[in-house]
Design a protein around this ligand. Structure first.
Ligand code: ADP
Ligand code: MG
Length: 371
C-alpha cells in the first residue's frame, strides 16, 4: 500500500517563517498527484516532509497505514528526484544507477547489474552507461536521475521540478514520457512544479498551493472550470483569467459598458463591489467594434498560428483574449467584446468563488470572424 496521507501538517522554519500550513490531502495508491503553485508557496517543503528530509512541526504523515513522522528517509520506501539531478560527477552512469540501489536492496551484484541495464534501456540511456554525467546533455542527465530513482523500485516517487532545466521541446517530450512511465511502473507519484501547463497536462489530480496552504485539490478540469477562489482561477489556465472589479447595480454587473444580468447576485446589495473574471478563451471578439457589448482597443497581437492572443486596453488594464486565427486585428484597432454570461466567474471581496462558468450553457465558444 503506497497511499500517502497528510493530516494537518505544518512546517515552521524558526518561529516566523511558514513553510507549509495545515496541509491535508491523500494521494491514492498508483495516483499521479501534482503539487503546483508559485515560487515560495511551500511545494518543496511539502515534498521534503513526505520524503522525511524535514520533520513536521505538527501534524501527521502516513505512508500506507503507517505513521512515518519518525521514520528516516531511507526506510520510507520512496525515491526522490531533484531539480538539479544531484548526480555523482565522478561516477559513470552505471555507477550512479548502482548507487541508487545500494542502500535499498538485498539483490546480489549480478541481479543489480541486470536491473541497472533494464532500467537504462527503459529510459533509452543504455548506450551511455560508461559515460560520466559531465559528458551528457541536460535531458540525458535528467534520465539518469530518474533511473536512479527507478532502480530502487520504490512505492512512491517524489519529483521536485525535474524538468525545469530542460529546453521547451525536451520538456514537452519528457512530460509525456513521465506519464507513460508512471502508468507502466504503476507507482504513486507526487510531482512538484510551478508551471500550470505541466500541472494541467500531467496529473490525475492537482493540489494548488499558495502561501503554504492548499487552495484546492481536484482533477485538471475541476480546478480549471470550478476554481474555489480567485487565486486558483488566475493561477490555472494560460493566459491567465482576466479579473476586474465591478459594482453591482440591480443584479447586474458591468463589464465595460455592458451590463450583464446574473441571478447569482440576488443576495448582493446594490453598490457592493465584486470581482468579475473571464478566461481569455471565453471572450468573444469581433473586429467590428459595433458588435458586442463593449469596445476595447488592441495594443498587441501575438500570432500563434492557429490562434491569436490579443492584448486589449479594457477596464483600465491589460485584458487578454485568445481568439481564432481568423480574428486578426491590427495594433490600435478597436474591437467589440462580448462576455457570455455562462462563462463569467464572480468572486467576493475575500476572493471566494460565487459563480463559476457553465460551458454546457454555451453553444458556440470559439469566436468566428465577423465580416
Ligand atoms: P517552493 O518549493 O514552493 O518554491 P519552499 O517550500 O521552498 O517553496 O518554501 C516555502 C517557504 O519557506 C518560503 O517562504 C521559503 O522562503 C521558506 N523556506 C524554505 N526553506 C527554508 C529554510 N531552510 N529556512 C527558512 N525558510 C525556508
Ligand atoms: Mg521548490
Amino acid at each position: 500500500m503506497s497511499r500517502v496521507t497528510l493530516t494537518d501538517v505544518t512546517k515552521m522554519y524558526g518561529d516566523d517563517v511558514i513553510g507549509a500550513e495545515d496541509i491535508n490531502f491523500r494521494i491514492q495508491d498508483g495516483e499521479f498527484l501534482i503539487l503546483v503553485g508559485p515560487s515560495g508557496c511551500g511545494k518543496s517543503t511539502t515534498l521534503e516532509l513526505i520524503a522525511g528530509l524535514l520533520r513536521p512541526t505538527s501534524g501527521e504523515i502516513q505512508i500506507g497505514d503507517s505513521v512515518v513522522n519518525d521514520t528516516p528517509p531511507q526506510d520510507r520506501d520512496l525515491a526522490m528526484v531533484f531539480q538539479d539531478y544531484a548526480l555523482y560527477p565522478h561516477k559513470t552512469v552505471r555507477g550512479n544507477l548502482l548507487f541508487g540501489m545500494k542502500y535499498n536492496t538485498d539483490l546480489p551484484a549480478s541481479a543489480q547489474k541486470e536491473k541497472v541495464e533494464e532500467v537504462a534501456s527503459l529510459l533509452g540511456i543504455a548506450d551511455l552507461l560508461d559515460q560520466k554525467p559531465g559528458q551528457l546533455s541536460g535531458g540525458q542527465q535528467q534520465r539518469v536521475a530518474l533511473g536512479r530513482a527507478i532502480v530502487r523500485d520504490p512505492d512512491v516517487f517524489l519529483l521536485d521540478e525535474p524538468l525545469s532545466n530542460l529546453d521547451a521541446k525536451l520538456r514537452t517530450q519528457m512530460r509525456a514520457e513521465l506519464q507513460q512511465l508512471q502508468a507502466e511502473l504503476d507507482v504513486t507519484m507526487i510531482y512538484v512544479t510551478h508551471d500550470q501547463t505541466e500541472a494541467m497536462t500531467m496529473g490525475d489530480r492537482i493540489a494548488v498551493l499558495n502561501n503554504g496552504q492548499v487552495q484546492q485539490v481536484g482533477t485538471p478540469s475541476e480546478v480549471y472550470a470550478e476554481p474555489t477562489n480567485e487565486f486558483v482561477a488566475q493561477f490555472i489556465g494560460s493566459p491567465s483569467m482576466n479579473i476586474f472589479t465591478t459594482t453591482i447595480r440591480g443584479k447586474t454587473i458591468r463589464a465595460g459598458n455592458a451590463p450583464v444580468q446574473l441571478d447569482t447576485l440576488n443576495e448582493y446589495a446594490d453598490g457592493e463591489e465584486l470581482r468579475v473574471g473571464i478566461r481569455p478563451e471565453d471572450v468573444i471578439v469581433s473586429e467590428d467594434s459595433t458588435q458586442g457589448n463593449a469596445v476595447a482597443s488592441v495594443s498587441v497581437v501575438e500570432n500563434l498560428g492557429s490562434e491569436n492572443i490579443l492584448h486589449l486596453d479594457f477596464a483600465n488594464q491589460d485584458f487578454i483574449a485568445k481568439v481564432d486565427e481568423r480574428v486578426y486585428p491590427s495594433n490600435g484597432d478597436e474591437v467589440g467584446l462580448r462576455f457570455p454570461e455562462p462563462l463569467i466567474y464572480v468572486f467576493d471581496n475575500e476572493g471566494r468563488t460565487i459563480k463559476t462558468r457553465n460551458i454546457d450553457a454555451v453553444e458556440q465558444r470559439q469566436p468566428r470572424r465577423q465580416l
